[in-house]
Design a protein around this ligand. Structure first.
Ligand SMILES: [Zn+2]
Length: 104
């Protein structure tokens, strides 16, 4: 069952912005590169969510700024919730040794 729409995303302004961004941007998740499905409903696999790079909780003034909005899959948007782009969630979880560090 889909989550109820929050008042912030129920406004005509938000819906028009969402529609415009979905129609003008590539249908891939900004964070993981997953292909998104513009026909999927909220909660379905591949559903498109709009993610605020600077979270709404920190920068409500950028809530409708297209430069602050990216297309995201739901798992990435939920994982990132409240974190700004560049916060630790996006840092590499491991590093590979350089090839030159091996003994030959
Ligand atoms: Zn993603």
């Amino acid at each position: 069952m889909p989550k109820p729409t929050t008042p912030r995303t129920a406004t005509t302004r938000w819906k028009k912005l969402r529609t415009r961004l979905i129609h003008t941007r590539p249908h891939t998740c900004h964070h993981c590169g997953r292909t998104l499905n513009p026909n999927a409903k909220r909660g379905e696999a591949g559903a498109i969510e709009l993610d605020h790079l600077e979270p709404f909780s920190r920068r409500p003034d950028l809530a409708h700024d297209p430069a602050n909005l990216v297309l995201s899959c739901q798992p990435c948007n939920l994982t990132k919730s409240g974190k700004a782009y560049g916060d630790p969630i996006h840092a590499p979880t491991h590093t590979l040794p350089l090839p030159t560090s091996q003994d030959w």
